[in-house]
Write a protein that binds this ligand. Structure first.
Ligand SMILES: [Zn+2]
Ligand SMILES: [Zn+2]
Length: 736
């Protein structure tokens, strides 16, 4: 007879771990207990040596589907006189090493129950179990217990309580456990009317089928929904959301339906059906008008809550627009009162429920490239899971992230917790979201940062916050380190950053950078030729200004030969811009790779003005069916730095007229080969690629392939987005 104490860490709470331990202990006839603590799951097991060893092996090999054991510490302790095996109440410790699971999409078993007329949860939209349902979005503190969640105000009925207490039930200690008798109710609000329960769901379905816009409360926030097959409904949503062209995410009834409209490979299908259930960018098969015009892909998802699933069972349409529930310029709505107020000008009705969202978390967005799913936005289904670093931080760290695609990162020891995606901090409401999320994450993770690090840019929201002794790091160096952190890249390596923009260490605006690293030290080794950004920020959307600035620089007086490129620009605006450029007023130069995409899009597609970030680049990518022979890569060396002469490439494009497809194919190849040629000159074997421009699948695949073929080792962001949403991890790694 012996007794062992086992401390288990990882994703072990809120995923049916204790019942699993309980059942395993009974299986091997052990006595003892299991308990949730903020230091991990603790179990003490007593029995024969053989059975205890079998028990430990069994735990390691058979843990529940959503659980992940990171660490298992075993110590021998003194035997006790006891009978049976117990699950005892949670204990709060000072050390928090347990990971709260992210929100989980509905599991198959719950999916069957809600559509089974004989089940007591038939058509109950807040059904969940230990394998699925809300987690982060409802949790206020750890350890994860019902009283620590927003479900604490609902008292379980005897039937639910019985499930909760029965180790053989799928709902044993399922903290958000609920049923139609005792749980939160669903409502549909329309003008002054308010329907409840099934009536609410049915009315909402009729509403949507009639082409009305409905706000739908999901796991981490509200969606704005309408029938994706009804162009009138979509137009009205676009108009009221002031979102004329930006692609809208859509939700299909099921995978089979999705496959009628999209090409979906195995990796993408697996992601769509996974517990994280992100929005996946997939190739179009059949056009749905106004959803993502001028692009050849859709952002799609499948129903991931019982409410979605039930709604589709009542709907005639099999695809809904499900876009984030925010008004233009506002943050995602998660509170009911907030949604009623802010979305009232957009939505005709509100389908909502009484389960409160404590942590706001938007849908994640991913795409498949090179055999793996990659992040565009990391949020629901992933936050707050940490990345494990190869080295322990001596002090806990707060990295503040970027500005346009904000997310912060908290580090304690070797765990880096990248926050959920926050959004554009230039929008006032998102600033509030950022600060609230920061406070909540600090509390939830038990991290009190001792050091802080931010981007160099003084204009960033994060640099206006009252933090003291803030360390600074250059934008593209942080991008590079986000990859280095994930792969524990040391020694000498080359970081290729193709990005929108970031403040350079020389005060200029950078964005097409080749940084030579030695561990965490770096120097600028090559960059794209700086081209003018006339009229400052205006050129971000009025992209013809970039072309005008570029051709004036390249051709000097002869620029007038290319005046035809601006025939669609209002004459007064054009004259004013010329004046500004000629007098050098408000004209900065930038080595941004993103801006080069804008110029080429303007030349190839005639786009003069964009309405959402990266629109021009995305439409240009859509025209590239496969890479063709690249435009000539011209480089020169200045002060020990290589400059890629993008001006020469623009000259080549403008020297003869070609189709948009041809220009796009040759230009994408040019970008790929300019990376390869530069890498060959710089002779560093290990290369990491980062920056938002690498969300371009054609560019990413092309670049990785040619670099690998040339014998380079290529490293990419895997657990974080390559855009500014992953920047905070790199900032943090600089301090580890
Ligand atoms: Zn379930
Ligand atoms: Zn109940």
């Amino acid at each position: 007879m012996l007794r062992k104490r086992i401390l288990i860490n990882g994703v072990v709470q809120g995923v049916g771990f204790r019942p699993f331990i309980y059942k395993s202990a009974l299986k091997f006839r052990l006595s003892g207990f299991v308990q949730n603590t903020s230091a991990g799951v603790i179990t003490e097991a007593q029995g024969s040596k053989e059975n205890i060893n079998k028990f430990i092996l069994f735990i390691k090999q058979n843990c529940p589907p959503q659980a992940k054991i990171e660490d298992l510490k075993i110590t021998d302790i003194k035997e006790k006189k006891e009978k049976g095996f117990l699950i005892i109440a949670s204990k709060k410790d000072n050390i928090q090493t347990v990971f709260l699971p992210p929100d989980l999409a509905m599991c198959k078993d719950c999916g069957k129950e809600i559509l089974n007329p004989k089940d007591r949860r038939f058509l109950y939209p807040l059904t969940n179990c230990t394998n699925c349902g809300p987690r982060l979005s409802i949790t206020k503190t750890l350890p994860y217990d019902r009283k620590a969640t927003t479900m604490s105000k609902f008292k379980m009925c005897p039937a639910c309580q019985k499930e909760y207490e029965s180790p053989n039930s799928r709902r044993f200690h399922a903290q958000p456990n609920a049923c139609p008798v005792c749980g939160p109710q669903v409502f549909f609000k329309f003008k002054n009317k308010n329907f409840k329960g099934l009536k609410a769901l049915k009315t909402a379905a009729v509403f949507l089928d009639k082409g009305k816009i409905t706000a739908v409360k999901s796991i981490g926030g509200y969606h704005l929904a309408c029938d994706a097959k009804n162009p009138k409904a979509v137009t009205s949503l676009r108009l009221s959301k002031k979102r004329p062209y930006k692609p809208l995410a859509i939700m299909f009834k099921d995978l089979k339906t999705a496959k009628k409209y999209c090409f979906i490979n195995k990796i993408e299908a697996r992601a769509l059906l996974s517990p994280a259930a992100p929005i996946v960018i997939v190739k179009k098969k059949k056009e749905l008008k106004l959803i993502s015009d001028n692009l050849n892909n859709y952002g799609i998802m499948l129903p991931y809550t019982p409410l979605h699933k039930i709604l589709f069972s009542l709907l005639k349409t099999d695809v809904l627009v499900m876009t984030s529930g925010n008004a233009k310029g506002g943050a995602l709505c998660s509170g009911d009162g907030e949604a009623f107020k802010k979305l009232s000008k957009i939505a005709d009705g509100f389908l909502y429920h009484e389960r409160e969202i404590y942590n706001k978390v938007d849908d994640s967005i991913m795409f498949e490239a090179l055999g793996k799913m990659r992040f565009i936005r990391r949020a629901r289904g992933f936050a707050p899971l940490p990345a494990t670093l190869a080295k322990k931080a001596k002090k806990s760290i707060l990295a503040l992230g970027a500005d346009k695609t904000a997310a912060f990162c908290l580090v304690k020891e070797n765990k880096a917790y990248l926050s959920q995606y926050i959004g554009d901090l230039n929008k006032k409401e998102n600033g509030g979201f950022y600060l609230t999320a920061l406070e909540k994450n600090k509390r939830l993770l038990g991290i009190n940062p001792q050091v802080t690090i931010a981007d160099l840019h003084p204009g960033y929201f994060t640099n206006k916050l009252p933090f003291k002794n803030v360390n600074k790091i250059q934008h593209h160096a942080a991008h590079a380190l986000s990859v280095a952190a994930e792969h524990n890249l040391k020694g000498r390596f080359l970081a290729v950053n193709l990005d929108g923009s970031g403040l350079g260490s020389d005060g200029a605006i950078w964005g097409g950078e080749f940084l030579a690293f030695n561990n965490k030290n770096w120097k600028r080794a090559a960059y794209f030729e700086p081209l003018p950004l006339p009229a400052g920020d205006e050129s971000v959307s009025e992209i013809w200004l970039l072309t005008l600035g570029a051709i004036k620089k390249i051709y000097g007086k002869d620029w007038t030969n290319y005046k035809y490129l601006f025939k669609n620009v209002p004459r007064q605006k054009f004259r004013l811009a010329l004046k500004l450029i000629d007098n050098g007023i408000n004209v900065y130069n930038s080595s941004s790779a993103g801006r080069v995409f804008d110029i080429v899009s303007h030349i190839a597609l005639g786009i003069t003005k964009t309405t959402y970030q990266a629109q021009a680049a995305m439409e240009l990518e859509a025209k590239c069916l496969r890479l063709k022979s690249p435009y000539k890569v011209v480089m020169e060396k200045q002060n020990g730095c290589y400059i890629i002469k993008t001006g020469e490439m623009l000259k080549e494009i403008l020297s003869y007229s070609r189709s948009a497809e041809e220009i796009s194919a040759r230009f994408h190849a040019y970008m790929v080969y300019s990376v390869l040629e530069t890498a060959k000159k710089l002779k560093l074997k290990n290369i990491c690629l980062s920056g938002g421009v690498f969300q371009n699948k054609v560019l990413l695949k092309g670049t990785v392939n040619v670099l690998k073929r040339a014998g380079f080792n290529v490293y990419l962001n895997e657990q974080t987005p390559c855009n500014d949403g992953g920047l905070a991890l790199g900032q943090a790694w600089n301090m580890v």
